[in-house]
Design a protein. Sequence first.
Length: 281
Amino acid sequence: MTRDHTPRRIVSLQPSATVILQAIGALDRLVACTKYCADVCPEAAHTAAIVDDSWTAKQEQIASTNPDLVIAAVPYQEKAVAEILKAGARFLGLAPKNLADIYVDIATIAGVIGLADRGAQVIGSLQEEIERVRLQTAQLLRPRVFCEEWGKPLIVSQAWVAELVQAAGGEFVGTPGQHFDFARIRDQDPEVLIAAWCGAGDRVPLEKIVRDRGWSEMRAVRGRRVFAIRDEFLNTPAPTLTLGLHALAAAIHPEIFATVSGLRQISDVSPKSHTARVTVV
């Protein structure tokens, strides 16, 4: 008789891993996850214990769930990694930088738990959707788009977001993952501004950004093309990136893409009063 050695009790310390498990049909193997995982994937909270994440992981919490696999992803602290290793379960650590890395992560998780075919299907669906949008925007004018994943300090969104912006018909402004100053972005004067702050959902204060950064005269602001996109749509490197892709496409090319849930836009900006109204779409 051949014994099944694939993991059956999985602890996920990062939302991306939890979303991947859900996408490949393995959420029933999840015995613990973080509160951030539960925010992105509410189904996980019904059966999984809540533990600290990859940044603050604790041995006792992990070990108490008796896992046979722990999945974590950047950002890590050295101390947290030591705590994960001391828990004694197999450890899979992820550090994606671009879409290709995300595909590998999906394939790796699926392969480790014996669902390689399902992983390949998920990857294929993600790639097909990105390519479908890319073909729709291939002949369109490409407005310059600045995306940020944090506001203070100002941090440019990651490389996979830059790739999604390109697929959605925009030209990405800035160096992915790097710190920028407000004046530099003002000088580059992009046509579209997008904020997707880590952990903020879509609650980014767009009007305050415009006012405090001195951005009122930028083309994006004057054209009312300033948007917030839900954090998990762009900052969770998992199949949910298709939601971010659709939000980006609607922001960059509203003439051909319908608006979507999770996209919020400034509706009016008055340079004289430095106030703004915001519309939720």
